[in-house]
Write a protein of this length. Structure first.
Length: 240
């Protein structure tokens, strides 16, 4: 029962974040996913999380009509966590003061420090990323299709293919790939570390992962990016 309760709570958190993104995306452009790339990406995320269609439609309708009266702002926080690891935290909030306070408290409790905007983003690349399940195509076929679509590279692993491209090319790359392979698992702008911070100490790694969990658990926080490099054996031990 406890495990199911925890899973339900986690699912509810994911739904809350996606609903917020659907609402903001619908408000910022047309309420038609085919004509609004950001909304289309949010709908893909909702589909991936098995969100009921009527929940998705309600969120889009609410955003397009401005029915709920809540005005969400996009805010980015940057700072350093345990071990000097750089973190970028993207949020959608209706109360900047509350969110900033929550994020700052999380960093401080972990022994990190919240910095100014652009204090760590220079260590990351802003990229477009389109993902597909690994069984969609072979690594070679995905690479060929991605290059034809105008992408820069593909990282193929056991679970998925991640196609990366310049931010301005995201819509064109996604459309070309979807014409060939069908709907993508996700299509969005991401922050990818250009340099990494090695973390070999177990206590430091534990504190860092706990900080990321606390940030992820905040309803206002949409995504957390970090440039840590934890050895596989240590990660397996911490997750075990």
């Amino acid at each position: 029962m406890h495990r199911k309760g925890a899973q339900d709570a986690k699912r509810a958190k994911v739904f809350t974040k996606i609903i917020r993104e659907l609402t903001v995306a619908a408000r910022s452009g047309l309420p038609d996913p085919a004509a609004n790339p950001r909304l289309r990406a949010a709908v893909i995320a909702a589909r991936g999380a098995n969100m009921p269609k009527d929940t998705v439609d309600r969120a889009i309708k609410r955003g397009a009509g401005g029915e709920d009266g809540t005005n969400y702002e996009e805010v980015r926080y940057e700072g350093y966590g345990p071990g000097g690891v750089a973190l970028i935290v993207e949020a959608l909030t209706d109360n900047r003061n509350r969110t900033a306070s929550d994020v700052r408290t999380a960093f401080n409790k972990a022994g990190g420090a919240l910095g100014e905007t652009n204090s760590v983003s220079f260590m990351f690349q802003r990229l477009g990323q389109v993902t597909y399940p690994a069984d969609t195509a072979s690594a070679d076929a995905m690479l060929e299709a991605a290059i034809e679509a105008g992408a820069d590279d593909v990282e193929s692993g056991e679970e998925e293919h991640a196609v990366v491209c310049a931010p301005d090319d995201l819509s064109a790359v996604r459309d070309a790939l979807e014409a060939k392979f069908g709907a993508a698992s996700s299509a969005k702008l991401v922050w990818r570390p250009a340099t990494t911070a090695p973390v070999g100490d177990e206590d430091v790694a534990q504190s860092l992962l706990k900080l990321i969990d606390v940030l992820d658990d905040n309803d206002d926080v949409q995504t957390v990016y970090a440039n840590f490099d934890i050895p596989d054996e240590l990660m397996a031990k911490l997750e075990g």
